[in-house]
Design a protein around this ligand. Sequence first.
Ligand code: FO1
Length: 327
Amino acid sequence: MRIVVLAGGIGGARFLRGLKRAVPDADVTVIGNTGDDIHLFGLKVCPDLDTVMYTLGGGINEEQGWGRTDETFHLKEELAAYGVGPEWFGLGDRDFATHIVRTQMLGAGYPLSAVTEALCDRWKPGVRLIPMTDDRVETHVAVTLPDDGSAEGPGERRAIHFQEYWVRLRASVPAEAVVPVGAEQAKPAPGVLEAIAEADVILFPPSNPVVSVGTILAVPGIREAIADAGVPVIGLSPIIGDAPVRGMADKVLAAVGVESTAPAVAEHYGSGLLDGWLVDTVDAGCVERVEAAGIRCRAVPLMMTDVDAAARMAREALTLAEEVRAV
Ligand code: FO1
């Protein structure tokens, strides 16, 4: 079975680990979000690609869901000693190697998709990981900061990089707009449209619907390819009981005018895209609302407490796909 998964960071990576356990013989292609990418210290950092690669490759820091396990921070400390920032983004020594290899290959002219394939040669994630595009896309967030002594006066609206909003500010101020800068000019990376066209099922894991799955769908051609693929498209809600399981999805959902509930996210994707939607059992009461939107809906446990739980979720998604296909 050929499965295509649109994945962001931690939620997507953990779901993929369950999917691999549920259907170990499936041919899984992951279209990875690159809107979270950030250039630091002259290096290109790809958080969502690395989280998938490390999680499936066995190198992830399990508690954090990002960065490497057994990490040290000598480089970070030395950079800080030189007063070279930013200090708020925790890059570890082992992680730096990934960004150095990536930046070196990009500098030699390899596209990000080829670089990602080369990095995966080491990690062997057991899926084909393709960035959504080889072009530069970086998500920025419009915020109004209280007086922080910066050049702009207090109350000035500013656009800041998604990572600064997410990590430095901890999403502590409302996101007034979320903009995947460069998405309009971006082209799907080689293999992305082909994988979608050849898929037997397409899955939207419990990744952030705005800054992860939403950013991938913002690359021209990808949303249309999925809508026209003619195979079941099944999503799993990242929101359980009106709250995001992890992260601060509710902050960016508000920016796009979507309430932080399981049915609202399904409606946001729309029946033109989604054929089925899994909600958690605590949200069983909204199954009817989702079905009224033309999207088949089932309530099943969606807390990814461990790999087996994620595998059960993956099986439920594939079962719903077969129900949809049978219609
Ligand atoms: N998230 C944090 O909350 N704090 C960090 O210092 C941090 C560093 C970091 C370094 C490399 C990397 O690949 C991810 C990192 N993240 C950090 C997570 C990152 O912000 C998120 O994984 C995604 O961008 C959102 O899905």
